[in-house]
Design a protein around this ligand. Structure first.
Ligand code: SAM
Length: 350
């Protein structure tokens, strides 16, 4: 089946039916990937030029009460050496990041009860008071509406919470029984209502994932209209129940990045570390498929290796300044430029 007409329809209307999304995936070819990529890059250049937004990722804790079957920091992994940064350590990572030109900090971690509202709220307040021109993004998992509201009052601007899969049955195959699809989705809606810029997303090639599931993910992204969307390949971790499942591919991840750019031309779309892990040029290829964000690591080097969500994660040995420099030159080499600004979503008239 020639999917070119579907691709042009998507570029013109930013919407396809579930069946059409599925057909676009099942019948993909090198030619369809190229067409999608060209149209996606045209859109990202129209809105964001050849700039790449940069976010400083601070991995605050690998202690997690959850037991997601795919994740290396799941609570029942006895081989995970646990750590948690102190508020002072987080603040000094942000200070260093500021000097290096970062204007967005992403605080990400396992669901660690130490980071209650008091602790996390005061860290957010302090970053915002030291660096009022910066955005703070949280990626700290599922919390109560009250907690999200309080953290927003403290100054948090954005929240990343991947939906992981938009199919309820698939969700139950990836998570233990105590976690629920309904709760995850409800969190995303609450975050939106509270005025956060919200990011959802999913792993490409996660165990049991089918083209139908991905079509549902794309439909969810189309209707939810997230400001950010994090997708990256699933990569197995040796100490998880999914250790023998194959990793997602660069090819499908890039294909989906292009589709998502066409669904929401202004979406903030990272070329993830996971993409850079499965291919040495993965992040560059992500950018050349329509992504416009990179998230180098600002965590202290002595904990980097411990935040191992999947095997062989890259950039665990370098200092923050080295990571920043490395990405600068990687982006330059492909004709793009990392910029120093908050990098908010550019809203278009619809
Ligand atoms: N606890 C927070 C949460 O649940 O959103 C943030 C941390 S969580 C580790 C961040 C993301 O890592 C998850 O949303 C998941 O998609 C991704 N992740 C976890 N294990 C992975 C794996 N094996 N391969 C690729 N991505 C993975």
């Amino acid at each position: 089946m020639d999917v070119a007409p579907l691709i042009h329809k998507l570029a013109d209307t930013h919407s396809l039916s579930l069946d059409e999304y599925e057909a676009l995936i099942v019948n993909r070819s090198e030619a369809s990937a190229k067409l999608l990529r060209n149209l996606a890059v045209r859109e990202r250049v129209r809105i964001y030029g050849r700039t790449v937004y940069v976010r400083g990722l601070i991995e605050v804790s690998n202690i997690c009460r959850n037991d997601c079957l795919y994740c290396g920091i799941r609570r029942s992994n006895p081989n995970c050496e646990r750590y948690r940064l102190t508020p002072e350590e987080i603040l000094s990572c942000a200070d260093e990041g500021y000097t290096l030109g970062f204007r967005t900090f992403v605080l990400q971690g396992g669901e660690d009860s130490y980071f209650n509202d008091d602790v996390l709220g005061s860290v957010v307040r302090e970053i915002k008071s030291r660096h009022p021109d910066c955005a703070v993004t949280l990626s700290m998992g599922e919390r109560s509406r009250e907690s999200y509201a309080y953290l927003r009052e403290c100054g948090a601007d954005r929240y990343l919470l991947r939906h992981e899969t938009a199919d309820e049955t698939h969700y139950t195959q990836l998570h233990p029984r105590e976690m629920s699809y309904a709760h995850r989705m409800n969190c995303l809606h609450e975050l939106r209502e509270l005025g956060y810029a919200v990011g959802c997303g999913f792993m490409v090639g996660s165990p049991f994932q089918t083209a139908k599931h991905i079509a549902q993910d794309l439909k969810f992204i189309e209707t939810f209209r997230p400001e950010m969307c994090g997708i990256g390949p699933f990569i197995p971790h040796k100490d998880t129940p999914f250790k023998d499942y194959p990793a997602g591919t660069l090819e499908l991840t890039c294909y989906l990045l292009s589709i998502i750019r066409l669904i929401h031309p202004s979406v903030l779309l990272p070329a993830t570390t996971a993409l850079g892990t499965i291919d040495p040029m993965g992040r560059e290829k992500g950018i050349m498929s329509g992504a416009n964000v990179v998230m180098p690591n600002l965590s202290p080097v002595n904990v980097r290796k411990k935040y191992e969500l999947y095997d062989n994660k890259i950039c665990t040995g370098e200092e923050s300044a080295q990571c920043r420099e490395c990405l600068n030159s990687r982006m330059k080499a492909i004709g793009y430029e990392i910029v120093t600004c908050r990098g908010d979503v550019i809203r278009e008239a619809v």
